[in-house]
Ligand binder design. Structure first.
Ligand code: DGJ
Length: 725
């Protein structure tokens, strides 16, 4: 078992392939955290000590009268508000008496093989029970009877532990959950740096890295989505950590709405991280007999640097988060009409797209926004999911028949959580959008957000989608989400439940996505939110790929894709070649190949040479598909460290194949350039499939390739493809 309970010392030891995680039931039934890091032997667990600085103003706990024990300086496994620990609280309730004092202590535990799903929420899963062990620890606040179960799953073959909590009300009085984080981790010392992914529309997930300072540092969303602005990911790394060396603790939340990750360095220079639903705007009323489930936190530890941390996330998500047919099946090579036509298209235009696409070698046509209601611009019709026959003459089935007859599959765009004020549905149900009585409704992209906390509204929208999907031969669905939530309240809910609307909204979205994946198991779903505004593990549970950014400029894409790769696998990043003029098609392809590849341009406008170039690219796409989609990623030179050039490498699991890509962002004159490769087998011999030259793995990794004379003009790029002999 990956989880042990050592009876004599009441110690829990959770071991992954690369890490140990240790905590103990202490005097007074406090759960005290002792260790998280590289594996240590069971025999030395006894040696572990927690920090016991005792200082004035740190309150004692009468029920754990042990020398030097105060909740305020003890690394607690799941901290609570108001009972002696003044640092970040992982959990707090407002009880029936109206106060917020909360104090959870250990009651009992159980350990079992496998992992349970979270009702109504996305989470990582086991393919077989033997892949993971789960520990459930029941804790209780003795005064109020609030029950919280801390749930840990240890994935034996990955360096991964997941955490979440379940809150139960088995009392006869309701209470409010005020704060409910999914994980709380105390670190000894403060000698760490924090890495997060920040951005905005068109510039998602840039990497930020800074030393921890005393006080609280946070990343959060209050937008009702995980957002372009901050991603629910952070890494805490020891100073000096590189791609290849150093302690890395990676944290990612399987959640698509308001999140927070707070890191506090206290006055004793010790560190605590709490992560979960953002308490700002959240308050959950739990009636007797009800339970509440937090989202899941994924924790990765490695002492082999950021590159290995990312690869652990990638392998884990590819095996234990992505589901269904498209987990393994090769994704269709698509062309999307959005950048080519916007909403200015009709059936003949799309059929012409399809003809050209077929000639070039593409496999699927995706019809983007503009096919429904009276949709000629973004000012109308969201929610009116009826085919715009004035554009698609003869209807949707007729168009799809024509596209299918050319040998192409067909995909369609929806924005199921939105409603236009200028729509039949809004005119009939003006109360179906999120709004607060008596207040102006903020408008963004001329649209409102549908109140997905209301079941009848969800059922209506899903009914329309179901109708279109079940009556037409549709292979792919792009699910878009083009604004954030404002005036978040719901007139159907009582006053005490208004703090639930953000979370109920995302549960509503998850419910519809769940119905979609169950009713249409072969449908490939690509998520999107104005590009990558909802690129999170919650969405990946339902859709194996997400449109990474609306920014398709290949140079701009570099920071976006490098940042996204911090925890999200290559196969999840939607990446298209577009008509933007910054570089030639060679570089556009080289960048887009690092993802779920496709095209986003008007093929009617391509010259004969460009068409021939793209046809050749498609041959390469097929040749490299497996190593890119199923291989390991190595970031060789990142744009956050080098303004001139970047390089990355995909290596097959058996180390028999590698694809290296180098992009010259801007020309560097007279630069001597040696590139050391990574992840190869030192003992193997590799052949460069273009030049026929052979090298040992040892040479490639230790000395490196001399690439001084390769193309190095602004925006130029090249690949090196290696096969073991
Ligand atoms: C935003 C998406 O990111 C684009 O790809 C496109 O689908 C538009 N929305 C359509 O409105």
């Amino acid at each position: 078992m990956a989880i042990k309970f050592i009876e004599e010392t009441k110690t829990f030891k959770l071991d992954t392939k690369t890490s140990s995680y240790i905590f103990r039931v202490f005097e007074g039934n406090y759960l005290v955290h002792y260790y998280y890091g590289a594996t240590i032997p069971d025999t030395e667990v006894e040696e572990l000590r927690f920090r016991a600085n005792y200082a004035s103003f740190c309150p004692d706990s009468p029920s754990a009268m042990v020398y030097n024990f105060s909740p305020d300086v003890t690394p607690l496994e799941y901290s609570t508000f108001g009972a002696g620990d003044f640092r970040l609280s992982a959990f707090a309730v407002e009880n029936a008496e109206g106060n917020k004092v909360t104090d959870l202590r250990y009651v009992s535990h159980k350990i079992y093989s496998g992992k349970q799903p979270i009702p109504g929420m996305p989470s990582t899963y086991v393919n077989e029970d033997s892949e993971a062990d789960t520990l459930e620890i029941l804790t209780e606040d003795a005064v109020t009877g609030v029950l919280v179960t801390l749930i840990y799953t240890v994935f034996n073959n990955h360096g991964v532990i997941t955490r979440r909590v379940k809150v139960e009300n088995k009392t006869d009085k309701p209470f409010y959950i005020d704060t409910v984080h999914s994980a709380c981790i105390d670190f000894p010392g403060m000698d760490y740096e924090m890495i997060d992914l920040y951005g905005r529309w068109g510039k998602e997930r840039a990497v930020d890295r800074y030393p921890l300072h005393h006080g609280i540092q946070s990343i959060k969303s209050k937008r009702g989505s995980s957002s372009h602005n901050h991603n629910p990911f952070t890494a805490i790394v020891t100073k000096g950590t590189t791609e290849d060396h150093g302690d890395c603790y990676g944290f990612n939340l399987v959640y698509s709405s308001n999140f927070s990750i707070d890191v506090e360095v206290d006055g004793f220079a010790c560190t605590r991280l709490v992560m979960g639903i953002n308490p700002d705007g959240f308050k959950w009323y739990l009636e007797p007999g009800e339970e509440f489930h937090s989202p899941e936190a994924v924790m990765v530890y490695t002492n082999e640097g950021l590159g290995e941390m990312s690869r652990i996330f990638h392998r884990f998500y590819a095996n234990n988060l992505i589901r269904g047919k498209w987990k393994k099946a090769k994704r269709p090579l698509l062309i999307n009409n959005w950048e080519g036509t916007g909403m200015d298209f009709d059936d003949d235009k799309l059929v012409s797209f399809a003809k050209h696409a077929k000639d070039i070698g593409l496999e699927m046509l995706v019809m983007d926004d503009g096919w429904f209601g009276k949709r000629d611009d973004d000012k109308s019709s969201l929610g009116d999911w009826v085919v715009a026959e004035y554009k698609l003459k003869g209807g949707l089935s007729h168009l799809i028949d024509r596209v299918n007859a050319l040998g192409l599959k067909f995909g369609i765009w929806f924005e199921p959580e939105m409603i236009s004020p200028d729509s039949d549905i809004y005119r009939a149900h003006p109360d179906w959008c999120l709004h607060t009585e008596g207040r102006d409704k903020s408008i963004a992209r001329t649209q409102y957000v549908i109140d997905y906390s209301r079941k009848e509204v969800r059922d209506y929208i899903y009914g329309r989608m179901h109708d279109i999907l079940s009556n037409n031969n549709i292979d792919y669905l792009k699910w878009d989400f083009n604004r954030n939530l404002t005036e978040v309240s719901c007139s159907q809910l009582p006053k005490e439940r208004q703090g639930e609307v953000f979370h109920r909204f995302v549960l509503g979205t998850y419910e519809i996505m769940d119905r979609l994946t169950k009713d249409f198991p072969d449908l490939l779903i690509e998520n999107c939110s104005g590009g990558g505004g909802r690129f999170d593990p919650g969405m990946l549970y339902y859709s194996p790929q997400i449109w990474t950014s609306d920014n398709t400029d290949p140079i701009e894409r570099l920071t976006i894709q490098f940042g996204t790769s911090m925890c999200y696998p290559t196969s999840t990043m939607g990446a298209h070649v577009s008509a933007c003029r910054r570089t030639g098609y060679e570089t556009k392809m080289n960048v887009a190949l690092w993802g779920s590849f496709g095209y986003e341009l008007d093929p009617d406008k391509l010259t004969a040479e460009e068409k021939a170039e793209i046809t050749a690219q498609i041959e390469l796409y097929h040749r490299y598909y497996d190593v890119i989609h199923y291989g390991d990623l190595y970031r060789l030179i990142t744009p956050f460290e080098n303004e001139f050039k970047v390089a990355w490498q995909h290596v097959s699991e058996d180390k028999n194949e590698a694809l290296v890509t180098v992009i010259q962002i801007k020309q560097a004159y007279n630069q001597f350039f040696m590139l050391r490769l990574k992840g190869l087998d030192l003992q193997k011999t590799y052949k460069d499939t273009e030049t026929g030259k052979t090298y040992s793995g040892a040479y490639l990794m230790n000395a490196g390739l001399n690439l001084t004379y390769k193309p190095n003009g602004d925006g130029q790029s090249y690949r090196i493809h290696l096969l073991a002999e």
